[in-house]
Design a protein around this ligand. Structure first.
Ligand code: PHE
Length: 459
């Protein structure tokens, strides 16, 4: 493999390494925690259908655009816009991405901390005692309302992330996820089989796959659009940054389609695990961010070897979350290393600490501190500081970032340059290139603007 221009910045060690790292970034709590709760809150099947359309029509084109920009520029998001459009205001878009990555990391690591607690709980047998939905909800509430534990676990998770990102693009993590992620998927499939064979499970499948179009409101579309971007790690420059560590002989279209495919499979199978079990246990689908944490423990004790299963599941979920937090911190760190001349060591610790500071109010906002728990109302429900962070950065900021990236590639840097970059990894005969150009220049921007405007005007 030829060394990339920016070899001093580090580079991926192998061809498969990049796809694994990108898939590792994409697959995480977004699939297992966020997708089910968003689908549950937004009416199920109709949301899922719009989500799938967003993955195909917006996710894949935007991922290609991020890959092209990142690999051409070989820089962090801010540096990339500056390199491809010198002297223009476009780097501000990269700056929005870095800020968004930082803010997502701050609430994501709180939820990731919960998975560590659940790992501990399953190892100590808490989930094998015939847990009812009410018991399970009480266990969850007990955890999230405990300030010491919520903050401590967030800190542990951030430290794990820092230790890995500190070493640079990490071969060890790539290699480990080659085995761990297929194993995670296998476990999910087993759980899905158990879930669909529970009494009353059929209603969950209906909920997930029967689309009731009367429920498609601008808010549902906005949720699905944001979820597609969040789940694929798009709209803030994570994929852009990963592609910046690539040599020119990587086939970008193959990578984009594979990552989108695997990510979507994990989300759908995750949905098939959660919803049948949810209906079987009589939990409310619109239960919000605690959904999977309440539902999943109710099925482990209905499996032979439940403890082992639960331990393996939460361990792998934590690893999946870790490969995502690594990509979030990497974006922030690459900016301070490339643009500000900081050492990687300084960047990981300073930014990691700053992120922890922002994570504390999220960690405290689920029952520990009342003022943070019911901070705002949207969608007819009181929401916490964590929910608000998730909405603002996980939905809106990513959507605006993706919109601006499309405009940049479509109209400023140019789709001709981008196509040249996309073709230069063996994809000479790029099928649907014309359609991609239409998406990036017109269809995606118009779609995002329409959804944003209809949200502003109210639904
Ligand atoms: N895609 C990750 C997940 O689904 C989260 C993420 C979002 C990571 C944005 C990087 C950038 O868990």
């Amino acid at each position: 493999m030829t060394a990339p221009q920016g070899a001093a910045r580090g580079a991926f060690g192998s061809r498969i390494g990049f796809i694994l790292a990108a898939a590792g970034s994409a697959i995480g709590l977004g699939n297992i925690w966020r997708f089910p709760y968003m689908a549950g809150e937004n009416g199920g099947g109709a949301f899922v259908l719009v989500y799938l359309l967003c993955v195909l029509g917006l996710g894949v084109p935007v991922m290609l655009a991020e890959f092209a920009v990142g690999r051409r520029a070989q820089k962090n998001p801010i540096g990339a816009y500056a390199a491809l459009a010198p002297g223009s205001p476009w780097p501000v878009v990269g700056g929005l991405g870095v800020l968004t990555g930082f803010s997502i990391l701050a609430f994501y690591s709180v939820v990731a901390g919960w998975t560590l607690d659940y790992l501990w709980k399953s190892a100590t047998g808490v989930f094998t005692a015939g847990l009812s939905a009410a018991d399970s909800a009480a266990v969850f509430t007990g955890l999230i309302a405990d300030p010491g534990r919520a903050i401590g676990l967030t800190l542990v998770f951030l430290l794990l992330t820092i230790i890995i990102v500190r070493k640079g693009i990490s071969a060890g993590v790539e290699r480990a996820s080659k085995i761990l992620m297929p194993l995670f998927f296998l476990l999910l499939v087993v759980l899905a089989v158990r879930s669909v064979t529970l009494p009353g499970a059929g209603r969950g499948i209906d909920f997930l796959f029967q689309a009731d179009f009367s429920r498609v409101t601008p808010r549902v579309v906005m949720g699905a659009l944001g979820q597609a971007l969040f789940s694929l790690s798009l709209g803030m420059g994570a994929m852009l940054t990963y592609a910046s560590y690539l040599p020119r002989d990587e086939n970008l279209p193959v990578a984009a389609v594979s990552v989108a495919f695997f990510d979507t499979m994990v989300a759908l199978v995750g949905g098939v695990v959660v919803f049948p079990a949810l209906f079987a246990a009589g939990v409310d689908p619109a239960g919000g961010p605690g959904l999977v944490f309440v539902v999943l423990p109710t099925i482990f004790d209905q499996l032979p070897g439940g403890t082992l299963f639960a331990v393996a599941f939460y361990a792998l979920l934590a690893v999946a979350a870790l490969t995502s937090t690594i990509s979030l911190l990497e974006v922030v760190v690459s900016y301070f290393v490339d643009q500000r001349g900081w050492s990687r060591e300084k960047a990981v610790w300073v930014m990691g600490a700053a992120c922890f500071a922002l994570a504390v109010p999220s960690a405290l906002s689920n029952g520990a501190v009342e003022g943070l728990t019911e901070l705002v109302t949207f969608g007819g429900k009181a929401r916490s500081f964590l929910d608000l962070q998730d909405l603002v950065f996980g939905n809106y900021s990513l959507s605006i970032g993706a919109l601006l990236l499309c405009l940049f590639v479509g109209w400023k840097w140019g789709t001709r340059n981008a196509l040249d970059e996309l073709r230069s990894g063996g994809a000479h005969e790029l099928p649907l290139a014309g359609l991609w150009v239409a998406c990036v220049r017109v269809l995606c921007p118009v779609a995002v603007v329409l959804v944003l405007v209809s949200i502003v005007l109210g639904d």
